[in-house]
Design a protein around this ligand. Structure first.
Ligand SMILES: [Zn+2]
Length: 111
């Protein structure tokens, strides 16, 4: 069952991992299809990875800039979250299911 376009489910702009890294101004080294040595220029410290299975959330422990997978559990209120299924939401580009928050309003569709 398709519930709609994933982009319509959020104000944040859906991006690839690389587009999120670039949007946040993070430094990284590409190695094939991998991104290595990801650091935030605010203090040149490594961003922290977290996730239930694999990595679905990257965050700078200093300034709080983060990127997260739309298919990871998303917080709705302080005590609840929602998990979207990639089977139920249509993507314009299947690599674009990450969103980024630069702590300055976030990376939204219209910015
Ligand atoms: Zn930072």
């Amino acid at each position: 069952m398709i519930r709609g376009r994933l982009q319509d489910a959020t104000d944040y702009k859906l991006m690839t991992i690389k587009e999120c890294l670039d949007a946040l101004g993070w430094n990284y080294v590409t190695n094939g299809d991998r991104f290595e040595e990801i650091t935030c220029p605010c203090s040149n410290i490594a961003v922290e990875f977290s996730g239930f299975v694999g990595t679905d959330h990257l965050e700078c422990p200093k300034c709080g800039k983060f990127m997260t997978d739309m298919f990871s559990p998303l917080q709705v209120t302080s005590g609840s979250c929602i998990v979207l299924s990639s089977k139920e939401w249509e993507m314009d580009d299947e690599r674009r299911h990450w969103i980024a928050n630069n702590k300055a309003g976030g990376i939204k569709i219209n910015t």
